[in-house]
Design a protein around this ligand. Structure first.
Ligand code: PRP
Ligand code: URA
Length: 209
């Protein structure tokens, strides 16, 4: 099973390059991340199950489909917020939950400060959104919260613009069957836990602080 899909689409790679550029300011960064996220989710939702739904056109009845389950988008605050609007344009009927996590600069441990999710997650197809998968601590903490609410592992997908090999390994150690969609598997982490070459601190670049 291929658990990591690298989205090599030229438009995604174009946006990624703009986002990596240290000269790109918050406005352009927001726009680029929203557009890249939407294109990535187009790929990440390719295998969503559907159900038959007949439809009557102005001329006749024909076959159609609808998504078999509700989609829940879960951005990890703050930086995951930068992916949300672009994706909602693609799936406007999706529901949205939030998980707030902050990584300590010293220990690199992620701690949760906010959670707003449906009580029971078993029926949802869930897309976890975070542009950066570095040590993997934040994503593992988020997945633990989702699992505690009954999220089904086979119905979870992670969408991360840039992923470090260390983060992928950590996430897959705990959640072996999680499908990860990324635009790039970068080289490695530096001593401070930043992805190389990466794009810097995604939250700071999005929000300017
Ligand atoms: C950043 C990023 C990820 C996390 C990745 O968030 O947005 O959530 O770091 O690092 P990890 O894989 O090592 O856990 P940060 O904690 O800086 O919070 P912010 O988005 O509010 O800036
Ligand atoms: N978080 C970020 O925003 N960037 C990194 O490179 C690592 C963690």
């Amino acid at each position: 099973m291929n658990r990591v899909t690298v989205i090599a689409h030229p438009v995604v790679q174009h946006h990624l390059t703009v986002l990596r550029n240290h000269r790109t300011g918050p406005e352009e960064f927001r726009r680029g991340l929203a557009q890249a996220a939407a294109l990535m989710v187009y790929e990440a939702t390719r295998t969503l199950p559907t159900r038959a739904r007949p439809v009557v056109t102005p001329l006749e009845k024909t076959r159609g489909v609808k998504l078999a389950s509700e989609v829940l988008l879960v951005p990890i605050l703050r930086a995951g917020l930068g992916m949300l609007d672009g994706i909602l344009r693609l799936i406007p009927e999706a529901r949205v939950g939030f998980i707030g996590l902050k990584r300590s600069e010293k220990t690199l441990q992620a701690s949760a400060y906010h959670k707003s999710l449906p009580e029971e997650l078993g029926s949802f197809e869930i897309l976890l959104l975070d542009p950066m998968l570095a040590t993997g601590g934040s994503v593992v903490a988020a997945l633990d919260l989702l699992a505690a609410r009954g999220a089904r592992r086979v119905r979870l997908r992670l969408v991360s613009l840039v992923a470090a090999p260390e983060g992928i390994a950590r996430v897959h150690k705990r959640y072996p069957d999680l499908t990860i969609f990324t635009a790039s598997i970068d080289r490695r982490l530096n001593r401070k836990g930043y992805i190389l070459p990466g794009l810097g601190d995604a939250g700071d670049r999005l929000f300017g602080v």
